[in-house]
Design a protein around this ligand. Sequence first.
Ligand SMILES: NC(=O)c1ccc[n+]([C@@H]2O[C@H](COP(=O)([O-])OP(=O)(O)OC[C@H]3O[C@@H](n4cnc5c(N)ncnc54)[C@H](O)[C@@H]3O)[C@@H](O)[C@H]2O)c1
Length: 357
Amino acid sequence: MSTVLITGGAGFIGSRLAARLTGEGHEVTVADVLHPQVHSGRGWPDELPAEVVRHPFDVTVPTAWDALLSTTRPDVVVHLAAETGTGQSLTEASRHGRVNVVGTTELVDGLSRAGHVPSRFVLASSRAVYGEGRWITDEGVAYDAAVRDAGRLAAGEWDPAPPAGAASAGRPLPHRAADTQPRPSNVYAATKLAQEHVLGAWASAHSADLSVLRLQNVYGPGQSLTNPYTGIVSLFAQIGLRRETIDVYEDGSIVRDFVFVDDVVTALATAVHAPPGAVLADIGSGDPTTLLGLARVICAQTGAPEPHVSGKYRLGDVRAASADIGDAAALLGYTPAFDLQAGIARLLEWIRASSRP
Ligand SMILES: NC(=O)c1ccc[n+]([C@@H]2O[C@H](COP(=O)([O-])OP(=O)(O)OC[C@H]3O[C@@H](n4cnc5c(N)ncnc54)[C@H](O)[C@@H]3O)[C@@H](O)[C@H]2O)c1
């Protein structure tokens, strides 16, 4: 069994991962600043088992790393601590750069000062690194889709501009790390890609392994219900439970790959004890849906009225994102266990239970 350090381990994904790894017999230390935007001053989450060692800790502070690494010599570092506000990152770029990029360079500097090289890093990266990703025209020509600019969105032209000579944009292709170029279209995405590069450079110089899992949209019990910047599924679910009308942006056909948190935790836990070697894989449900499709599943389970497709939009949102999970299956034996219906049912049950007095 290993000694595992989880940065950001009090968060949505981290606290469930800490519980899973503790249950498997690993010795788990969680280091987290308990960011008020995520935790609303509630302190350490109840999901963390009593055996987990907790460090109040800021990844950007060098002395915090020195203190932490004087008490633990982790075999594996799972790096989850991050600022995660995609839209927010366009107006608060330095905050995202400081925590996500400098926080990662401080991690490796701290390890260098401590003279310690973990055997493996596991990084929760994001599908955001792909930006608009790759599309394929009706004529079968694959191309890198351009960013949808403000003028295009204001005109209600929702799909990315088609390539020269094509009549329409065609359809999006699932992201696959091996053949989809990262082309970040917001600052958060750029910082996640930078984390991959920083850890990749340090790990290869020190002969450590790095597993990078590019997560699609994760949802499920434990996701902050008060953070207005993350989690469209929990937002829609709360509106549905109030029996109010869900407002669906653009023409309702934005595509996302909603993956249930326990499937993501399984992928991360498998990466923690994977055999030696680098891993780069996309983690999703393997079954993308439109936002209108998501809203309808929630309405059917809550009795909320038919969703309203409003034509509103957010600059920086991509039109389509989904994962090709073939590499995750081959490298990690990854098979998602939860479909959208089952995952939403569990999320609704948790929100109902959390809001009971
Ligand atoms: N949830 C998703 O849909 C999703 C998708 C792709 C990638 N990811 C990545 O997965 C990771 C975990 O995401 P999550 O959804 O659990 O987010 P979360 O916000 O619930 O958890 C992040 C944790 O990091 C902590 N943190 C923030 N700043 C810190 C700092 N300066 N020092 C120490 N701790 C700090 C927060 O307090 C929080 O507990 C992140 O790296 C995120 O980029 C998440």
